[in-house]
Design a protein around this ligand. Structure first.
Ligand code: NDP
Ligand code: 8X3
Length: 252
């Protein structure tokens, strides 16, 4: 069946791979991100390659009013969102708390926690009203463990872990599915963003082992949406075969 799928942060990495797999399977997409050029190009490409409808929405998930305006005034035919993939997120900086940059903290907290909440607040009422919907939050191994210098990013992903459970509790009586997918190391633009454009530092994160690829996560996200009505994946941790915990890797 054809669904309307909203993927936040679809301009790169895991979000883009999710958009592609849903489009491949014939679903119509609302895709979001701050980088308008990329968003528009991706939108055109998905329409062309997969003959699906795509609505690109250019906003910053940290901007509460922008999120509300964009998602509560959707054009005709787009309002009934079936699947929400709360993917937009980032890590910025790696420091101890005592040396941490408070601007980095604000950005992570505002994006990963408040942004996810704003988007969910805009979309979930429609789902509960229709008694149909599936919310998939992209958590992280950082939401299961705390590792050196990961402090605030880990705290935001622990919050995603908690909010996934909370959203499920609040919406269970409406038949809404709520899932968390928590990946280990996935090679995307994530580390370039975390190290503020330092490509060498970013590359070193994935040296000596095969990391996950964004498509690995997209496959699992898509699979979670294919289960029958009576079954839901609540929480799924996926890591590279060469990763045993947030900090233990089998590097060559
Ligand atoms: P990327 O940097 O490749 O993608 C991040 C996406 O989030 C981009 O599309 C970006 O779009 C969007 N985004 C970031 N900030 C905002 C914002 N304020 N408003 C709107 N969109 C925003 O990284 P990943 O694909 O790896 O990250 C996706 C998710 O996966 C994140 O939540 C991350 O925490 C999580 N994750 C990543 C792992 C990894 O190892 N890569 C492992 C576990 C979880 P734009 O810049 O255009 O706004
Ligand atoms: C991204 C993976 O291990 O860098 O969430 O936190 S990690």
């Amino acid at each position: 069946m054809e669904n309307i799928v909203l993927v936040t942060g679809a301009t790169s990495g895991i979000g883009l791979a999710c958009a592609r797999i849903f489009a491949t399977n014939g679903h119509n997409l609302i895709i979001t991100g701050r980088r308008k050029d990329r968003l528009d190009k991706i939108s055109q490409q998905l329409k062309q390659d997969f003959a699906v409808n795509v609505l690109p929405l250019n906003f910053d998930v940290r901007d509460r009013e922008a999120v509300k305006n964009a998602l509560t005034n959707l054009p005709d035919g787009w309002a009934n969102i079936d699947i929400l993939v709360n993917n937009a997120g980032l890590a910025v900086g790696m420091d101890t708390i005592q040396d941490g940059d408070t601007n980095d903290w604000e950005q992570m907290i505002d994006t990963n926690i408040k942004g996810l909440l704003y988007v969910t607040r805009a979309v979930l009422p429609g789902m509960t009203k229709r008694r149909k919907g599936h919310i998939i939050n992209i958590g992280s191994i950082a939401g299961k463990e705390v590792y050196p210098f990961g402090n605030v990013y880990c705290a935001t992903k622990h919050a995603v872990d908690a909010l996934t459970k909370a959203i499920r509790i609040d919406s269970v009586k409406y038949g809404i599915k709520v899932t968390q997918i928590a990946p280990g190391a996935v090679e995307t633009e994530f580390s370039v963003v975390r190290f503020k454009g330092d490509k060498n530092k970013a590359d070193s994160v994935y040296k000596g082992f095969e990391p996950l690829h964004p498509e690995n996560i997209a496959e699992v996200v898509f699979f979670a949406t294919t289960l029958p009505a009576n079954a839901n994946i609540n929480d799924l941790v996926i890591m590279p075969t060469a990763q045993a915990s947030a900090t233990i890797f089998n590097r060559e």
